[in-house]
Design a protein around this ligand. Structure first.
Ligand SMILES: Nc1nc2c(ncn2[C@@H]2O[C@H](COP(=O)(O)OP(=O)(O)OP(=O)(O)O)[C@@H](O)[C@H]2O)c(=O)[nH]1
Ligand SMILES: [Mg+2]
Length: 264
């Protein structure tokens, strides 16, 4: 079994099979950070702050099992292609975002989807034909009174026929379709859909000991079977531990090299 790169495993004894990484990619200013902010805090900032790379962690207890979801919010400016490749290699589920009124951002999503498939095909037992990475593509900012620069047929072409890929028109700002999008992503990835923001009870980090309980006895919580905690001060695992993780995921060092799995 592959050992995931998390510190918190020891703290909470989370099995590697329940640890996953969600990576969000897309051009700058399309709304990636806003989507993650919706996911974690159920609100978005109006003010724009460019992201370099942000790492978050959410812990869940769902029907008695504990899960860890690491979230990598990437930069749309991607000044370091090797970092992008690393985030693709370590990601388990992906959100690709474009803005419905920005054609270039859609073309970037087309390139990113291709890059994910090419990059993942160097992992164990994978070829470009059988890569089965869960991907949700988001056309964001649907609240805007916009001139639509991306046509539905083009989106259909990008998404259609791929059972591991889905498309949603969303608004992070107005919270339109965001929960449905996350539910679909988790369902494609065969993860509990209770991980999406509207499907579990949010509890504070002070209550983290409840991760060990089978259910939460809390009057404020309607659903005693699923709750989630945003881990404060989550630290991104080191690049070295990411690389070790990838090395194990790929077929040893030598075969990975043969297949072109190089991180620079
Ligand atoms: N109208 C509208 N504005 C949005 C929406 N989502 C995000 N924005 C705004 O778009 C701007 C960019 O949002 P961010 O979430 O920071 O974009 P980003 O993709 O993370 O950008 P980088 O970090 O530079 O890659 C901000 O001013 C947001 O308030 C949306 O759904 N509708
Ligand atoms: Mg950002």
């Amino acid at each position: 079994m592959i050992k995931k790169m998390s510190n918190s495993e020891n703290e909470f004894d989370i099995p590697a099979k329940n640890c996953h990484r969600m990576v969000i990619l897309g051009s700058t200013k399309v709304g990636k950070t806003s989507i993650i902010s919706r996911f974690l805090n159920e609100r978005v900032e109006d003010q724009y702050t460019p992201t370099i790379e942000d790492f978050h962690r959410k812990l869940y207890s769902i029907r008695g099992d504990v899960y860890q979801l690491d979230i990598l919010d990437t930069s749309g400016n991607h000044p370091f292609p090797a970092m992008r490749r690393l985030s693709i290699l370590t990601g388990d589920v992906f959100i690709l975002v474009f803005s419905l009124d920005n054609r270039e951002s859609f073309q970037e999503v087309q390139r990113l989807k291709r890059q994910i498939y090419e990059t993942k095909s160097c992992l164990r037992n994978k070829t470009k034909e059988n890569v089965d990475v869960p991907v949700v593509i988001c056309g964001n900012k649907c609240d805007r009174d916009f001139y639509r620069e991306v046509q539905e047929e083009e989106i259909e072409q990008l998404v259609g026929g791929d059972e591991h890929c889905a498309y949603f028109e969303i608004s992070a700002k107005k919270n339109t379709n965001v929960d449905q999008m996350f539910q679909t992503l988790f369902s494609i990835a065969k993860l509990p859909i209770e991980m999406s923001p509207g499907r579990h009870c949010k509890v504070s980090v002070q209550s983290c000991e409840i991760l060990h309980r089978k259910s939460l006895r809390n009057k404020k919580c309607k659903d005693e079977n699923a709750y989630g905690i945003v881990a404060p001060f989550a630290r991104r695992p080191s690049v070295q531990s990411d690389l070790m993780y990838i090395k194990e995921k790929a077929i040893g060092g030598s075969q990975a090299k043969e297949k072109g799995c190089i991180i620079c």
